[in-house]
Design a protein around this ligand. Structure first.
Ligand code: GLC
Length: 803
């Protein structure tokens, strides 16, 4: 392994003195005596791109991560040459580039505080073995500075004091300290003096990040090839950093609403009668479920795009019958194509020269589930197009609704490095390279090709894809899960950390294998896991067949009842989650926020791990230990209602919260308006004419939104959505709710059932759209219920004159 050789200064070279500087619109070019070139592009006022070359020339500028839809544009750009540096000023930051060594310092323009500063800055080592450079960057790490992000790393949320490697790796039964695992997201957020900035090192080679581990005051990152090419993103709010990063690397489209329901998976449900037995049991026990998965055994000898006709004699009929019962079928597709001269996919791949080759010409041959395989080069646009086309039968003809891409690291069995050798060649969208450069994006490109295929053949409906391997930007195409975890309490903790971390790495549509993939959970662990995952964007039970059953009814009736209760809660919260998802697709706002992201001003949040905010207003905290009757947790600042009891608690402190096995700590932010559907067994089961709005009284003002559309399809992009913006104003004796509606979608909803929690006065007078109304008021458990027309503009509840 290449170590961070700064300490020894072994073989490191550094930029010397700047000898030329020029500006071309938004890009500044610096060159040094020893031919180092630095390009700084100003993308936004707080977003700069830094690119270094050690030969004075840059390679073709190409990235799989960056989307062409990123919002670019700045308000101010001034450059001043000073005695020892160049100073670049935008409306948000001042960036200084030293004339000696190209060292960078970035200040907040508003208050002049130093945000980020190079230590040794850019330097490099010549890579004789492979050619090119090992490119390195080191920056000053301040006392009290924290670091967050990097995708799916399974350890503590704060990355400080640790070194990480980025090389996507099949990691069966990984643990807290396993590194690297399935994903490479070389983006972190630094937080210092309550101000946040981000660094996205867009380099696909094997890379490393050292957060003040090797040296206490230094954070560095380096890669085994390619360019030092990174983006600096200034917040100062953490949410802004993540939003800008997500904007840069892409936001997904809305998923179909059913994809946010509950999914049941197993390796493997077969034959057809087993699949049907599972789905029927869900309906019999009235446990909501929207998707059933087919793992590798549905195929003929694990050949992708085939069916085992003994187990599944008529897939189209089966899929249709499942659909009639409200189940979407999701099928797995792996990258390895079985070497079999009678297999059409293999033949087509061979005829068209679509498989990856070794440097000296032979195809890369590797063992996966089907035995010896060849592997499509998904970095070739023609191969992606071919691959997309392969989904026609599965999606368009048979009616499968989602595709699950697995083993796409790519995983190879029985070889020491678990993947391709370095010399394998890739097209890399006409930028030919070796596997050293393409490895980290291979799975992403497979998911991309899959997404385009599923999208094309699902039209006019929306596609659903799930992937295991990912690089920055993969969130544009697919959802993801955290791979082969284990049924134990530590992995419940890990699942919580990983989903939070993925969300702050731009990848919100994520979940874990509920209950654990390897080994078998007992009922208590399974229940606690379902509770946590109720608040994860992707909600799927999955497990390996070797370890027994893992369905909601496996652990006895008591457990089944609790599991049902939480899955039902998820279905009630679907409109709330869908609205948050829409916000994510529009603005890149993470669906799940760690407390530090929710309130970075409060230093107590900087060290919290277990608690998180689901959407904007729900605080959830899983119980992570056996035999617990509750737990201590941190309640962030502000006032919060206990979801189960409506008790109002003042935050900014740690407290004990009761949570027997049938409960979990959940709080609602005061002032929130939470839209809820009635429980359905699957999305679309009922025509929903009455929607509940849970309104949590607050003294003061709060804004919230509720987004609806057809729950699938693309009409919402043409204005056919219904966006309701609510303004809540609470006074001692009055609660006013205003509604503003946008969009042309006609919701089925005719009535709102308002459930008002925590109202501190008795309502004497009700004004609806400026007319006095005598609405029936129902009181139960301290909660006031009113039925009103969904079209209201202003509702004014008054407690009469104050004494
Ligand atoms: C891998 C996947 C797992 C799947 C199995 C069989 O281990 O991570 O989810 O069930 O392969 O396809």
């Amino acid at each position: 392994m290449i170590t961070n050789t700064e300490l020894e200064q072994k073989g490191n070279a550094f930029p010397s003195n700047v000898i030329s500087f020029r500006k071309d619109v938004d890009t500044l070019y610096f060159t040094t005596e020893n031919d180092v070139a630095l390009q700084i592009t100003i993308l936004r006022d707080g977003l700069l791109r830094f690119r270094y070359s050690t030969t004075g020339m840059f390679a073709n500028d190409f990235s799989y991560a960056i989307t062409k839809y990123a919002s670019i544009g700045y308000n101010q750009l001034d450059i001043e040459e000073k005695e020892d540096c160049y100073s670049i000023t935008t409306s948000k930051i001042i960036c200084e580039v030293s004339k000696k060594g190209l060292l960078i310092k970035i200040y907040d323009k508003a208050d002049g505080s130093l945000i980020n500063q190079d230590e040794l800055g850019f330097h490099w080592e010549d890579s004789y073995e492979f050619g090119g450079d090992i490119v390195k960057m080191s920056k000053v790490s301040h006392d009290g500075e924290s670091y967050f992000g990097l995708g799916d790393k399974p350890g503590n949320l704060n990355l400080k004091g640790k070194r990480f490697e980025n090389w996507v790796t099949d990691s069966y039964a990984y643990g807290k300290d396993t590194d690297p695992i399935y994903k490479t997201i070389p983006f972190y957020t630094g937080l210092h003096n309550k101000k946040a900035y981000g660094i996205f090192f867009d380099n696909t080679f094997r890379s490393y990040f050292d957060f003040a581990q090797e040296r206490r005051f230094v954070t560095s990152f380096w890669a085994q090839g390619g360019e030092m090419n990174y983006y600096f993103i200034y917040g100062p709010k953490m949410t802004d950093v993540v939003e800008y990063y997500t904007d840069l690397t892409g936001k997904p489209d809305l998923p179909p609403l059913w994809a946010l329901g509950f999914h049941q998976c197993k390796w493997s449900y077969y034959p057809e009668s087993k699949v049907k037995a599972i789905t029927s049991k869900f309906r019999e026990l009235q446990i909501p479920c929207d998707a059933i998965y087919l793992d590798i055994d549905y195929m003929e000898g694990f050949r992708c795009f085939t069916w085992n006709k003994e187990y599944f004699p008529d897939p189209k009929r089966m899929v249709k019958e499942l659909e009639d019962d409200g189940f979407k079928t999701v099928a797995i597709i792996d990258p390895g194509i079985k070497i079999d001269k009678n297999y059409w996919v293999y033949k087509e791949g061979l005829e068209n020269d679509y498989f990856c080759k070794r440097a000296d010409g032979p195809y890369i041959k590797g063992k996966v589930w089907p035995g010896e395989c060849y592997f499509p080069d998904f970095t070739n646009p023609k191969v992606r197009e071919w691959w997309s086309g392969l989904f026609k039968e599965l999606i368009e003809d048979i009616g499968v609704k989602g595709i699950w891409n697995d083993m796409n690291e790519p995983a190879v069995m029985e070889v020491p490095n678990k993947t391709f050798p370095h010399d394998v060649r890739h097209n890399y969208d006409e930028n030919p390279c070796s596997h050293r450069k393409a490895h980290n994006i291979y799975g992403m490109q497979m998911a991309r090709a899959t997404y385009h295929g599923v999208k094309k053949f699902s039209h006019p409906k929306r596609p659903f894809v799930i992937t295991r391997a990912a690089y920055s930007g993969t969130q544009r195409y697919t959802s993801t899960w955290t791979g082969d975890n284990i049924a134990n309490w530590e992995h419940l903790w890990i699942a919580n950390v990983q989903v939070q971390r993925l969300a702050m790495s731009g990848f919100s549509f994520a979940g874990s294998d509920i209950g654990g993939f390897a080994e078998q959970p007992h009922g208590e662990l399974f229940t606690r896991w379902i509770q946590l995952a109720t608040f994860h964007p992707f909600f799927r039970v999955h497990s390996s067949g070797d370890h027994g059953d893992q369905e909601p009814w496996t652990f006895g009736e008591d457990i089944t009842d609790i599991v049902r209760k939480f899955i039902e809660l998820r279905y009630q919260l679907l409109p709330y989650l869908y609205t948050a998802f829409w916000d994510y697709t529009e603005k890149g706002i993470p669906l799940v926020k760690s407390l530090v992201m929710f309130d970075q001003e409060d230093v107590n949040t900087h060290y919290r791990i277990d608690e998180f905010i689901f959407g904007n207003s729900i605080l959830a905290c899983p119980v992570l230990e056996p035999n617990a009757k509750g737990r201590r947790m941190y309640i962030p600042r502000g006032q919060w209602y206990n979801y189960w009891t409506d008790e109002l608690v003042k935050g900014g402190k740690e407290m004990w919260v009761d949570a027997d096995l049938d409960s979990m700590p959940v709080f609602i932010k005061e002032g929130a308006i939470i839209p809820k559907y009635p429980v359905q067994q699957y999305v679309g089961e009922k025509k929903i004419e009455e929607i509940t709005l849970d309104i949590y009284y607050k003294k003061g003002k709060e804004d919230s939104q509720f987004f609806e559309d057809a729950q699938d399809g693309y009409d919402y992009t043409k204005g056919r959505f219904c966006l309701r913006s609510f303004k809540l104003t609470g006074r001692k004796n009055q609660l006013v709710i205003q509604q503003h509606k946008e969009g042309s979608f006609e919701s089925d909803c005719k009535k709102f059932k308002l459930q008002i929690h925590g109202l501190p006065f008795d309502v004497k007078n009700i004004q609806l759209d400026n007319e006095t109304k005598s609405l029936e008021q129902l009181h139960s458990n301290g909660c006031l219920t009113l039925m009103i027309d969904e079209n209201f503009s202003i509702l004014d509840l008054n407690g009469g004159n104050e004494e």
